[in-house]
Ligand binder design. Sequence first.
Ligand code: PAF
Length: 281
Amino acid sequence: MKLITNINEMRQFSSDAKKAGKSIVFVPTMGCLHEGHASLLKKGRKLGDILVMSIFVNPIQFGPKEDYALYPRDLKKDLALAEVNKVDVVFNPLAEEMYPDNFQAAIEVEKLNNHLCSISRPGHFKGVATVVAKLFNIVKPDIALFGEKDYQQLVIIRRMVRDLNMDVKVIPAPIVREKDGIAMSSRNIRLGIEDRQTALLISKSLKRAKKLFDEKERRSNMLISEVKSILSSDTRLRTEYVQIVDKDSLKDVSLITGSAVLAVAAWVGEVRLIDNIKLYI
Ligand code: PAF
């Protein structure tokens, strides 16, 4: 496995691979890898010749009051997990090289940026789209994988790729859950034992809503109020939003007649967690 920290070296590696007729599969990450990332790598490994994973905690997708400094980092552990999952190249650039002085460009996917997490994290997806576009330009992947846990991110990246005619196929991968149901997230390690019990309410409430949906409840307000009542059973949990949205436009849906996603964001202490479940007819 090769570790590349320099942008030009990564570009050269990818150009050479392409010239040699190899396909490149890419898994962008912010490190602190867990089984959710491993599932993306396992899936990606089968889809092409060269598997590249980036590890880059992207400063421009964190707001001024957010957890950029606290975001967990463990390069040694990440490299070991990358090796086990047969990654060919780990790209780990420096923030100063990604964003030199006077960096000004940005990509914004406008309407999709008016929903869900964007309300409380206004510049977040602009930062995500910009870094992913940069990474695509550097790594030149044929295929890129994104997890469905960050559902809005997936929809925004897909739209960016379509609208800007980027030559990369975006492939989603399902949410990976821990045994107790909690969605895998790098932020979970910041939860104490008691916090974890509280956080569990999120996946429990989604499961309950899915059960009601499977029993033919199609009214969003009924499903949402069920989720909210489960979440409010523990005062340690602060709900940010519970919404049922169209799977592509991310607009609120009042009666589910097609494919929708029930998405939740909630805080346990200082840790912000998101999760979602598909409600597809
Ligand atoms: O999902 C993430 O880890 C990040 O948002 C991404 C896609 C690597 C961009 O920084």
